[in-house]
Design a protein around this ligand. Sequence first.
Ligand code: NCD
Length: 300
Amino acid sequence: MPTRHIISIGDFDRNDIDRLLDHAAQIDERNYDGNALCGKILAALFFEPSTRTRMSFESAMARLGGSVLSVGSVEACSMAKGETLADTIRVVSGYADAIVIRHPKEGAARLAAEFATVPVINAGDGAGQHPSQTLLDLYTIRQSMPIDGIDIAMVGDLRYGRTAHSLASALSLYNARLHTISPTGLELPANLAESLAEKGMEIIEHDDIRDVISTVDVLYVTRIQRERFPDSASYFNVASSYRITPELLADARDHLIVLHPLPRVDEIDPRVDDSPHARYFDQSRNGVPVRMAMLMQVLQ
Ligand code: NCD
Protein backbone atom coordinates (compact mmCIF):
# COMPACT_ATOMS: atom_id res chain seq x y z
CA MET A 1 0.00 0.00 0.00
CA PRO A 2 1.45 3.43 -0.88
CA THR A 3 2.27 5.64 2.11
CA ARG A 4 -0.24 8.44 2.54
CA HIS A 5 1.82 11.59 2.94
CA ILE A 6 0.32 15.11 3.11
CA ILE A 7 3.04 17.40 1.77
CA SER A 8 1.26 19.98 -0.34
CA ILE A 9 -2.34 21.07 -0.71
CA GLY A 10 -1.82 20.02 -4.34
CA ASP A 11 -1.91 16.41 -3.06
CA PHE A 12 -5.68 16.90 -2.70
CA ASP A 13 -8.31 17.32 -5.34
CA ARG A 14 -11.51 19.14 -4.57
CA ASN A 15 -13.41 15.99 -3.63
CA ASP A 16 -10.67 14.98 -1.18
CA ILE A 17 -10.84 18.40 0.46
CA ASP A 18 -14.64 18.47 0.68
CA ARG A 19 -14.68 14.97 2.14
CA LEU A 20 -12.08 15.86 4.77
CA LEU A 21 -13.94 19.05 5.73
CA ASP A 22 -17.19 17.08 6.04
CA HIS A 23 -15.43 14.64 8.32
CA ALA A 24 -14.03 17.51 10.43
CA ALA A 25 -17.57 18.93 10.77
CA GLN A 26 -18.80 15.56 12.00
CA ILE A 27 -15.96 15.46 14.54
CA ASP A 28 -16.85 19.01 15.62
CA GLU A 29 -20.29 17.71 16.56
CA ARG A 30 -18.57 15.22 18.88
CA ASN A 31 -19.42 12.43 16.49
CA TYR A 32 -16.22 10.37 16.62
CA ASP A 33 -14.63 7.41 18.35
CA GLY A 34 -12.27 8.65 21.07
CA ASN A 35 -10.29 5.40 20.73
CA ALA A 36 -9.94 5.57 16.94
CA LEU A 37 -6.16 5.97 17.13
CA CYS A 38 -5.60 3.99 20.33
CA GLY A 39 -2.05 2.58 20.27
CA LYS A 40 -0.93 4.87 17.44
CA ILE A 41 2.04 7.18 17.89
CA LEU A 42 2.69 10.48 16.12
CA ALA A 43 6.24 11.88 16.08
CA ALA A 44 6.30 15.70 16.15
CA LEU A 45 9.48 17.12 14.62
CA PHE A 46 9.28 20.90 14.88
CA PHE A 47 12.49 22.56 13.77
CA GLU A 48 10.88 26.03 13.85
CA PRO A 49 8.74 27.71 16.51
CA SER A 50 5.10 26.63 16.72
CA THR A 51 2.24 27.01 19.18
CA ARG A 52 -1.02 26.36 17.33
CA THR A 53 0.09 23.76 14.81
CA ARG A 54 2.04 21.68 17.28
CA MET A 55 -0.45 21.89 20.13
CA SER A 56 -3.49 21.27 17.95
CA PHE A 57 -1.84 18.16 16.44
CA GLU A 58 -1.09 17.01 19.99
CA SER A 59 -4.62 17.76 21.13
CA ALA A 60 -6.05 16.00 18.06
CA MET A 61 -3.98 12.89 18.75
CA ALA A 62 -4.96 12.88 22.45
CA ARG A 63 -8.67 13.23 21.62
CA LEU A 64 -8.42 10.15 19.39
CA GLY A 65 -6.68 8.05 22.03
CA GLY A 66 -3.21 8.17 20.43
CA SER A 67 0.03 9.60 21.73
CA VAL A 68 2.76 11.97 20.60
CA LEU A 69 6.55 11.77 20.79
CA SER A 70 8.48 14.95 20.25
CA VAL A 71 11.92 16.47 20.33
CA GLY A 72 12.04 19.54 22.55
CA SER A 73 14.07 21.67 20.13
CA VAL A 74 16.61 21.44 17.32
CA GLU A 75 19.38 21.95 19.89
CA ALA A 76 18.09 18.97 21.87
CA CYS A 77 18.17 16.44 19.02
CA SER A 78 20.90 14.83 16.92
CA MET A 79 20.46 17.32 14.06
CA ALA A 80 22.52 19.58 16.35
CA LYS A 81 25.31 16.96 16.13
CA GLY A 82 25.24 17.11 12.35
CA GLU A 83 22.80 14.29 11.62
CA THR A 84 21.11 14.64 8.23
CA LEU A 85 17.37 15.05 7.96
CA ALA A 86 17.28 11.81 5.97
CA ASP A 87 18.86 9.84 8.82
CA THR A 88 16.66 11.45 11.47
CA ILE A 89 13.58 10.54 9.45
CA ARG A 90 14.73 6.95 8.88
CA VAL A 91 15.25 6.55 12.62
CA VAL A 92 12.03 8.24 13.70
CA SER A 93 10.06 6.06 11.24
CA GLY A 94 10.96 3.17 13.52
CA TYR A 95 9.50 4.87 16.60
CA ALA A 96 6.17 6.23 15.34
CA ASP A 97 3.25 5.50 13.01
CA ALA A 98 3.30 8.96 11.40
CA ILE A 99 5.54 12.02 11.41
CA VAL A 100 4.51 15.67 11.44
CA ILE A 101 7.38 17.95 10.48
CA ARG A 102 8.02 21.70 10.40
CA HIS A 103 11.31 22.80 8.94
CA PRO A 104 12.83 26.12 7.82
CA LYS A 105 13.81 24.78 4.36
CA GLU A 106 11.33 24.68 1.50
CA GLY A 107 11.09 21.11 0.23
CA ALA A 108 12.17 19.53 3.56
CA ALA A 109 8.87 17.72 4.10
CA ARG A 110 8.97 16.28 0.58
CA LEU A 111 12.53 15.08 1.23
CA ALA A 112 11.43 13.59 4.57
CA ALA A 113 8.67 11.67 2.78
CA GLU A 114 11.27 10.06 0.50
CA PHE A 115 13.07 8.54 3.48
CA ALA A 116 10.11 7.81 5.76
CA THR A 117 8.44 4.43 5.94
CA VAL A 118 5.41 5.99 7.68
CA PRO A 119 3.14 8.85 6.52
CA VAL A 120 4.62 12.36 6.73
CA ILE A 121 2.51 15.49 7.26
CA ASN A 122 4.04 18.84 6.32
CA ALA A 123 3.42 21.36 9.12
CA GLY A 124 5.24 24.12 7.20
CA ASP A 125 8.39 23.98 5.07
CA GLY A 126 10.06 27.37 4.97
CA ALA A 127 8.23 29.68 2.58
CA GLY A 128 6.72 26.64 0.83
CA GLN A 129 3.45 25.09 1.93
CA HIS A 130 1.30 24.59 5.03
CA PRO A 131 -1.49 22.22 3.97
CA SER A 132 -3.05 21.55 7.39
CA GLN A 133 -3.42 25.30 7.93
CA THR A 134 -5.14 25.59 4.56
CA LEU A 135 -7.63 22.88 5.40
CA LEU A 136 -8.57 24.65 8.63
CA ASP A 137 -8.74 28.00 6.78
CA LEU A 138 -11.17 26.48 4.26
CA TYR A 139 -13.13 24.89 7.08
CA THR A 140 -13.46 28.29 8.78
CA ILE A 141 -14.60 29.97 5.56
CA ARG A 142 -17.14 27.20 5.02
CA GLN A 143 -18.62 27.81 8.48
CA SER A 144 -19.68 31.27 7.26
CA MET A 145 -20.33 30.92 3.54
CA PRO A 146 -19.99 28.52 0.60
CA ILE A 147 -16.36 28.62 -0.58
CA ASP A 148 -17.33 28.55 -4.25
CA GLY A 149 -16.85 31.83 -6.06
CA ILE A 150 -15.71 33.93 -3.08
CA ASP A 151 -13.75 37.15 -3.44
CA ILE A 152 -10.83 36.94 -1.03
CA ALA A 153 -8.26 39.62 -0.26
CA MET A 154 -4.89 38.37 0.94
CA VAL A 155 -2.99 41.04 2.80
CA GLY A 156 0.63 41.12 3.89
CA ASP A 157 3.67 38.98 3.22
CA LEU A 158 2.58 36.94 0.22
CA ARG A 159 6.17 36.26 -0.81
CA TYR A 160 7.30 34.28 2.22
CA GLY A 161 3.90 33.42 3.73
CA ARG A 162 3.41 29.69 3.23
CA THR A 163 -0.18 29.82 4.52
CA ALA A 164 -1.04 32.25 1.72
CA HIS A 165 0.65 30.02 -0.88
CA SER A 166 -1.25 26.90 0.15
CA LEU A 167 -4.57 28.68 0.53
CA ALA A 168 -4.32 30.42 -2.85
CA SER A 169 -3.61 27.04 -4.49
CA ALA A 170 -6.59 25.41 -2.80
CA LEU A 171 -8.91 28.28 -3.72
CA SER A 172 -8.07 27.79 -7.38
CA LEU A 173 -10.23 24.66 -7.07
CA TYR A 174 -13.19 26.74 -5.86
CA ASN A 175 -13.45 29.37 -8.55
CA ALA A 176 -12.39 32.07 -6.08
CA ARG A 177 -11.20 35.52 -7.13
CA LEU A 178 -7.97 36.54 -5.43
CA HIS A 179 -7.17 40.16 -4.53
CA THR A 180 -3.63 40.73 -3.29
CA ILE A 181 -2.29 43.63 -1.25
CA SER A 182 1.32 43.43 -0.16
CA PRO A 183 4.24 45.73 0.63
CA THR A 184 6.64 46.22 -2.29
CA GLY A 185 8.90 43.20 -2.65
CA LEU A 186 6.52 40.88 -0.76
CA GLU A 187 4.17 40.08 -3.64
CA LEU A 188 2.98 36.56 -4.45
CA PRO A 189 5.87 34.68 -6.16
CA ALA A 190 5.58 35.02 -9.94
CA ASN A 191 5.73 31.26 -10.56
CA LEU A 192 2.84 30.65 -8.16
CA ALA A 193 0.78 33.49 -9.66
CA GLU A 194 1.39 32.04 -13.14
CA SER A 195 0.38 28.54 -12.19
CA LEU A 196 -2.79 29.83 -10.50
CA ALA A 197 -3.64 31.88 -13.56
CA GLU A 198 -3.14 28.78 -15.73
CA LYS A 199 -5.71 27.02 -13.54
CA GLY A 200 -8.11 29.83 -14.41
CA MET A 201 -7.83 31.88 -11.22
CA GLU A 202 -8.36 35.61 -11.52
CA ILE A 203 -5.73 37.49 -9.50
CA ILE A 204 -5.99 41.23 -9.03
CA GLU A 205 -3.24 43.26 -7.38
CA HIS A 206 -4.16 46.36 -5.36
CA ASP A 207 -2.11 49.04 -3.64
CA ASP A 208 -4.48 49.69 -0.77
CA ILE A 209 -6.84 47.55 1.31
CA ARG A 210 -9.39 50.36 1.10
CA ASP A 211 -9.77 49.63 -2.63
CA VAL A 212 -11.34 46.22 -1.90
CA ILE A 213 -12.69 46.33 1.63
CA SER A 214 -16.28 47.02 0.55
CA THR A 215 -16.41 44.25 -2.06
CA VAL A 216 -14.63 41.16 -0.67
CA ASP A 217 -16.09 38.28 1.34
CA VAL A 218 -12.91 37.23 3.16
CA LEU A 219 -9.93 39.24 4.38
CA TYR A 220 -6.95 36.93 4.96
CA VAL A 221 -4.32 38.85 6.90
CA THR A 222 -0.77 37.60 7.34
CA ARG A 223 2.26 38.51 9.42
CA ILE A 224 5.46 39.71 7.79
CA GLN A 225 7.68 36.63 8.00
CA ARG A 226 10.59 38.37 9.68
CA GLU A 227 12.57 35.15 10.13
CA ARG A 228 12.83 34.71 6.34
CA PHE A 229 14.33 38.16 5.66
CA PRO A 230 18.02 38.32 4.77
CA ASP A 231 18.66 41.12 7.31
CA SER A 232 16.78 43.19 9.86
CA ALA A 233 17.09 46.44 7.86
CA SER A 234 15.01 45.00 5.01
CA TYR A 235 12.43 43.83 7.56
CA PHE A 236 12.15 47.25 9.20
CA ASN A 237 11.60 48.83 5.76
CA VAL A 238 8.26 47.04 5.49
CA ALA A 239 7.32 46.40 9.15
CA SER A 240 4.06 47.96 10.35
CA SER A 241 3.13 49.03 6.81
CA TYR A 242 -0.49 47.83 7.08
CA ARG A 243 -3.00 47.43 9.88
CA ILE A 244 -6.62 46.26 10.01
CA THR A 245 -8.69 48.57 12.21
CA PRO A 246 -12.39 48.89 13.13
CA GLU A 247 -12.42 52.13 11.11
CA LEU A 248 -11.28 50.26 7.99
CA LEU A 249 -13.88 47.54 8.59
CA ALA A 250 -16.67 50.12 8.84
CA ASP A 251 -16.89 49.91 5.03
CA ALA A 252 -16.93 46.11 4.91
CA ARG A 253 -19.89 43.99 3.83
CA ASP A 254 -21.85 42.57 6.79
CA HIS A 255 -20.79 39.01 6.07
CA LEU A 256 -17.06 39.75 5.62
CA ILE A 257 -14.86 37.55 7.80
CA VAL A 258 -11.35 38.43 8.91
CA LEU A 259 -8.96 35.48 9.10
CA HIS A 260 -5.33 35.30 10.21
CA PRO A 261 -3.30 32.11 10.68
CA LEU A 262 -1.73 33.75 13.78
CA PRO A 263 0.51 34.72 15.46
CA ARG A 264 -0.24 38.38 14.78
CA VAL A 265 2.25 41.10 15.54
CA ASP A 266 0.65 44.49 14.86
CA GLU A 267 -1.29 43.86 11.64
CA ILE A 268 -4.69 43.53 13.31
CA ASP A 269 -5.70 46.13 15.86
CA PRO A 270 -6.86 44.30 19.03
CA ARG A 271 -10.06 46.38 18.91
CA VAL A 272 -11.04 44.25 15.88
CA ASP A 273 -11.23 41.18 18.16
CA ASP A 274 -14.70 42.19 19.39
CA SER A 275 -16.01 42.85 15.89
CA PRO A 276 -18.51 40.38 14.37
CA HIS A 277 -16.11 40.10 11.42
CA ALA A 278 -13.23 38.64 13.47
CA ARG A 279 -12.90 34.87 13.07
CA TYR A 280 -9.19 34.26 13.73
CA PHE A 281 -9.62 32.70 17.15
CA ASP A 282 -12.36 30.37 15.85
CA GLN A 283 -9.95 29.58 13.02
CA SER A 284 -7.19 28.48 15.41
CA ARG A 285 -9.67 26.40 17.41
CA ASN A 286 -10.73 24.69 14.17
CA GLY A 287 -7.22 23.28 13.93
CA VAL A 288 -8.23 20.47 16.28
CA PRO A 289 -11.17 18.87 14.39
CA VAL A 290 -9.46 19.40 11.03
CA ARG A 291 -6.23 17.78 12.23
CA MET A 292 -8.20 14.95 13.82
CA ALA A 293 -9.71 14.25 10.40
CA MET A 294 -6.23 14.43 8.80
CA LEU A 295 -4.71 12.06 11.34
CA MET A 296 -7.53 9.55 10.84
CA GLN A 297 -6.94 9.77 7.11
CA VAL A 298 -3.25 8.93 7.33
CA LEU A 299 -3.32 6.54 10.30
CA GLN A 300 -6.39 4.36 9.79
C1 NCD B 1 1.85 30.24 10.36
C2 NCD B 1 3.11 29.54 9.89
O1 NCD B 1 3.82 28.93 10.71
O2 NCD B 1 3.32 29.58 8.69
N1 NCD B 1 1.52 29.95 11.68
C3 NCD B 1 0.66 28.90 11.92
O3 NCD B 1 0.98 27.77 11.68
N2 NCD B 1 -0.57 29.19 12.39
C4 NCD B 1 1.84 31.71 10.09
C5 NCD B 1 2.95 32.57 10.63
O4 NCD B 1 3.86 32.09 11.33
O5 NCD B 1 2.91 33.76 10.34
